[in-house]
Write a protein that binds this ligand. Structure first.
Ligand code: S3P
Length: 425
C-alpha cells in the first residue's frame, strides 16, 4: 500500500494513549502459558507479531482466549502439547527466538516457520547456547525453519558477545527446564522484561550487573497489566520535537530503564521531554511523557551501552538527527543490519532520497544536520514496520508530499499509528 503524507502546518496537540508494549505482550502470553493456573492479561498488543505468539501457544494446547480485543484469559497446567503442524512465527524474531528456548526443553519435537524476512534472520545466536545446554536444533544454514527436537537440558554458564534480550530470554527460558543453574552474561544490559516477569511469576532468578542466573523453576500464573510501548511512543516523541508548534502528552508509556535510551538521547540533543505520573505496574515502570517542539536540537554520539536501550528507535532517531544542528554519529549498532530489514542500508538509501545528509558506516551511520526534508519522493519500507513509521514522521515536515510504499507493514507492531497521529492534528 502506498501511503501519502504531507507537511503539517499546525503542530501536534492534545493527548494520546500508547498501546501495549510488544516485548512485554509476547512474554505475557509465553510465561503464563508455561505456568500453572489461570490469569487475565490486560491491554495486550494488537500488533500482528504478538498475535503470532498467541496462535502458537493455542496450537501448543494452552487454553488461551481473547475475552475482548485487548484482554486475554490463560488457563494452563504448565504443560505444553506437541503440535502436528508447524508453528508459524510470521515476521516475529522475538517469537521465534524466545519460544525456541521453551521448546528445546519439551518432551516432543516442533518446527518453527516464518515469513521471507524472518527466514533470513540469523538464528545461530540462539542455536549455539541452546546446543551447549543439550538441545537438538536443525536449521537451514542458521536460519528458520527450525526443527527443535525436545531434550532434557542442563544448565550452562554462557557469555554472549551480543547484548541481545532475545538471546538472553531464550537461554533463560531454556534454563527454566534445565537441570541445575543457568547463567547468561552480556556485554551491556539489554531489555530486562524477561527477568522482571519471570521474577513476578515466581521463578528463582537473580541478576548481578549484566549477568542473570536462573534455576529450574515452576511458574505460577498471575494477572498482568501490560504497559504502553516506548518504542511506539518514540515516533511521537520525535514528531513532537520536529513538527513546529507541537505540544502534547503521551500517556501510559513503559519507562523500564533498559528501554529509555530515547529519552536520554533527546536530552543529549538538548530537547526536552517531561515525565509525569511515574509509577509501577505488574513489575514495570510506567508514566506519561510531555513533549514539545524544539528548534535548537544539536547532534550527539550514540554508542556502546546506549545501543541496546534504543535499538528499535534508531530509524526514527535518524529522522530526529536530520533536524539537529551538527553531527550525529551512531556506532556499535551493527545488529541493525539483522532486523526486519538491513536498517542501516535501507535508512541511508531512503533518507538520502529526501535530502538527508546521511552516510553509511559498517556499524551505524553519520548524519550532518540540519537539513530540509525535501519530500516529493517515493520511499520503500522494505517490509519493515519501523522504517515505514519513521518515514511517515519525516513526511510531516517534508516540503513536498512524501509517498511510502508498504505502509501496511505498520500492522506488525502498531496498527493504531496513523489513527493516533490524526488524533493530535
Ligand atoms: C526484543 C529485543 C530486541 C528488539 C526486538 C524485541 C525483545 O532485539 O530489537 O524488537 O522483545 O526481546 P535483540 O534483543 O535481539 O536486540
Amino acid at each position: 500500500m502506498l501511503k501519502k503524507v504531507s507537511k503539517l502546518n499546525n503542530g501536534l496537540k492534545g493527548e494520546i494513549t500508547i498501546p501495549a508494549d510488544k516485548s512485554v505482550s509476547h512474554r505475557a502470553v509465553m510465561f503464563p502459558s508455561v505456568a500453572k493456573g489461570r490469569c487475565i492479561i490486560k491491554n495486550f498488543s494488537s500488533g500482528a507479531d504478538c498475535h503470532s505468539t498467541f496462535n502458537i501457544f493455542k496450537q501448543l494446547g494452552v487454553d488461551i482466549e481473547f475475552i475482548d480485543d485487548k484482554t486475554l484469559s490463560i488457563n494452563s497446567d504448565g504443560i505444553l502439547k506437541r503440535s502436528s503442524t508447524p508453528l508459524d512465527a510470521g515476521n516475529s524474531g522475538t517469537t521465534t527466538r524466545l519460544i525456541s528456548g521453551i521448546l528445546a526443553g519439551q518432551n516432543f519435537d516442533s518446527v518453527i516457520i516464518g515469513d521471507e524476512s524472518l527466514s533470513k534472520r540469523p538464528m545461530k545466536r540462539i542455536i549455539e547456547p541452546l546446543t551447549l545446554m543439550g538441545a537438538n536444533i536443525e536449521s537451514v544454514d542458521g536460519h528458520a525453519p527450525l526443527t527443535i527436537k525436545g531434550r532434557k537440558l542442563h544448565g550452562v554458564n554462557y557469555s554472549s558477545k551480543l547484548a541481545s534480550a532475545q538471546v538472553k530470554s531464550c537461554v533463560l527460558l531454556a534454563g527454566l527446564y534445565a537441570k541445575g543453574e543457568t547463567t547468561f552474561t552480556e556485554p551491556y544490559l539489554s531489555r530486562n522484561h524477561t527477568e522482571l516477569l519471570l521474577n513476578y511469576l515466581g521463578a528463582e532468578i537473580k541478576t548481578d550487573k549484566t549477568s542473570v542466573t536462573i534455576k529450574q523453576s515452576e511458574l505460577e500464573a498471575k494477572d498482568i497489566n501490560i504497559v504502553g510501548d516506548i518504542s511506539s511512543a518514540a515516533f511521537f516523541i520525535a514528531a513532537g520535537l520536529i513538527v513546529p508548534n507541537s505540544d502534547f502528552i503521551i500517556k501510559n508509556v513503559g519507562l523500564n530503564p533498559t528501554r529509555t535510551g530515547i529519552i536520554d538521547i533527546v536530552k543529549r540533543m538538548d530537547g526536552e521531554v517531561n515525565i509525569l505520573n511515574q509509577h509501577n505496574d505488574s513489575g514495570e515502570e510506567v508514566g506519561d511523557i510531555k513533549v514539545h517542539y524544539n528548534d535548537s536540537l544539536k547532534g550527539c554520539t550514540i554508542q556502546g551501552e546506549d545501543i541496546p536501550r534504543l535499538i528499535d528507535e534508531l530509524p526514527v532517531i535518524a529522522v530526529l538527527a536530520s533536524q539537529a544542528e551538527g553531527q550525529t554519529i551512531v556506532k556499535n549498532a551493527e545488529d541493525l543490519r539483522n532486523k526486519e530489514s538491513d536498517r542501516i542500508k535501507c535508512l541511508v538509501s531512503e533518507l538520502t532520497k529526501i535530502g538527508v545528509n546521511i552516510k553509511e558506516t559498517s556499524d551505524g551511520f553519520i548524519i550532518n544536520g540540519k537539513t530540509n526534508i525535501k519530500g516529493g519522493a517515493e520511499l520503500e519500507s522494505y517490509h519493515d514496520h519501523r522504517l515505514a513509521m519513521s518515514f511517515y514522521i519525516a513526511g510531516l515536515i517534508a516540503e513536498k508530499e512524501l509517498a511510502i510504499n508498504g505502509f501496511e507493514w505498520t500492522k506488525i507492531s502498531f496498527p493504531e499509528f496513523e489513527e493516533l497521529v490524526h488524533k493530535l492534528v
